[in-house]
Ligand binder design. Structure first.
Ligand code: ASP
Length: 345
C-alpha cells in the first residue's frame, strides 16, 4: 500500500470508530424497546407516498446492487415509487440504526445482509437489537464470496497467498467494507484458518474498497460475486477462490476454497428486508408479497444468475422464514466472533 493510502486507511478507521462512539452516545434511542410484535391493520391506502429502502453501505456494492435489482418490480407490484438511499458507515450499523428509529409505517425499509446477525457480537453499544427493533419482511438472496487480489499481487493461487501472508504478515493489506461487513467476516475467517493476523483496511462499502483494489492501493479482499464477477471476468482483479462448497456457474474457472486447500473458509452472504417494529402487519404482508413477485421476475433471475447468485425460493421470502434464519445466524456468528476475540467498542 502506498503511504497516502495508509493515511486514508487510518482516517477511515478513525471515522469508523468515531461513528461507533456516536452510536454508543445515542444508545437507548435505538428502537430497543420494541416487543417484536407488529402493529394493527393500516394497509388500506398503502403506499400513498414514496417508500425508501435504506442500503447501509455505499453505492456500487453488493447490497446496493441487489436492492436496485428488486426495487423496480417491487414498486410495480405495490403501485408506488421506491427510492434507494445509501446510509453507509460502521459496517452497516449506521443505516440499520437509522431504520430502527424510523416511523414504523412501511415507508422506511432496510435491506441488510449477514451483518445484521454479526453486529451484536462486534459492537458493544449497538443502538438497536436485531430481533426486537425490526420486523423481518423476507429473505432475498444468498450470495457466494470470492477471494480476490489486485491483479499484480504476486501470489498466483490460494495456497501461494497463504504462504505469502505467513511470510509477510506485517506488509500485506486486507480490505473490507467496514467492521461487521461480510467482507470483514470473510477476512476474519481467512485469518483464523491461516493463523495469521493481517493489517485490515476498512472502507464504507464494497464500492470504494474494490475501486482501491483495482487501483492497487490494497492487496486483497473477500467480497460477493455480485460485485467482483465483472472485475474478475475483465481481468481487473485476480480471483483465488469462491467461498462455497460448489463452484459458481458464472465463474467456472475459479476453484472453491475446499479445492484450493482452505476448506474452513466457507461463507455465503444472505440478504433480507426489514421494517421497524410496530409496522402494521398487513403492510409487512404487502411488502413481502411484492418481494416475492420481484424475486420471480425473469429479469431479476437473469441478472442474479449473471452475477453468481439466485433469488431465494418463494417460501423464504416470508417474515417467518427470515426471522428463523436471523435467529439461527445470530447464534452462529456470536460464537465465531467471540472465538476470534474481535470487538469494535
Ligand atoms: N459487500 C459488502 C460487505 O462486505 C457490503 C456492500 O457494500 O454491500 O459486507
Amino acid at each position: 500500500m502506498r503511504t497516502t493510502s495508509r493515511y486514508r486507511a487510518a482516517a477511515r478507521m478513525v471515522a469508523a470508530i468515531g461513528v461507533v462512539s456516536l452510536l454508543a452516545a445515542c444508545s437507548g434511542n435505538g428502537g430497543t424497546t420494541g416487543t417484536g410484535a407488529t402493529g394493527g391493520s393500516e394497509a388500506g391506502g398503502y403506499p400513498d407516498q414514496n417508500i425508501t429502502i435504506v442500503v447501509p453501505f455505499s453505492a456500487g456494492g453488493p447490497t446496493d446492487t441487489v436492492t436496485r435489482m428488486i426495487a423496480e418490480p417491487m414498486a410495480a407490484k405495490l403501485g408506488g415509487k421506491i427510492v434507494v438511499q445509501n446510509v453507509e458507515g460502521a459496517g452497516g450499523t449506521v443505516g440499520a440504526g437509522e431504520v430502527a428509529r424510523a416511523k414504523p409505517d412501511g415507508y422506511t425499509v432496510l435491506m441488510h445482509h449477514i451483518g445484521m446477525s454479526t453486529a451484536p457480537a462486534l459492537y458493544k453499544n449497538l443502538g438497536y437489537k436485531p430481533l426486537e427493533s425490526f420486523q423481518t419482511v423476507g429473505l432475498v438472496t444468498e450470495v457466494p464470496m470470492t477471494v480476490v487480489a489486485r491483479k499484480d499481487f504476486a501470489p498466483a493461487t490460494l495456497q501461494d497467498l497463504v504462504t505469502h501472508v505467513k511470510a509477510n504478515a506485517d506488509k500485506v493489506t486486507l480490505a473490507n467494507a467496514g467492521i461487521g461487513a461480510a467482507s470483514h467476516l470473510c477476512g476474519l475467517l481467512f485469518q483464523t484458518a491461516t493463523g495469521v493476523k493481517l493489517q485490515e483496511v476498512p472502507y464504507e462499502g464494497t464500492g470504494p474498497a474494490l475501486t482501491d483494489l483495482v487501483g492497487g492501493q490494497v492487496d486483497f479482499m473477500c467480497d460477493q460475486t455480485t460485485n467482483t464477477s465483472g472485475q474478475i471476468s475483465a481481468g481487473e482483479v485476480k480471483a483465488y477462490a469462491v467461498t462455497t462448497p460448489e463452484r459458481v456457474k458464472s465463474l467456472p474457472d475459479v476453484p472453491t476454497t475446499t479445492e484450493a486447500g482452505l476448506p474452513k473458509l466457507q461463507v455465503s452472504v444472505w440478504h433480507g428486508l426489514y421494517v421497524p417494529t410496530g409496522t402494521p402487519q398487513d403492510v409487512v404482508q404487502k411488502l413481502s408479497e411484492a418481494l416475492k413477485v420481484a424475486l420471480a421476475d425473469q429479469k431479476v433471475i437473469d441478472q442474479m444468475a449473471k452475477l453468481g447468485t439466485a433469488p431465494v425460493p418463494a417460501e423464504d421470502a416470508t417474515p417467518q422464514a427470515h426471522r428463523t434464519k436471523l435467529e439461527e445466524q445470530l447464534g452462529t456468528w456470536a460464537k465465531v466472533i467471540t472465538d476470534a476475540g474481535v470487538k469494535v467498542s
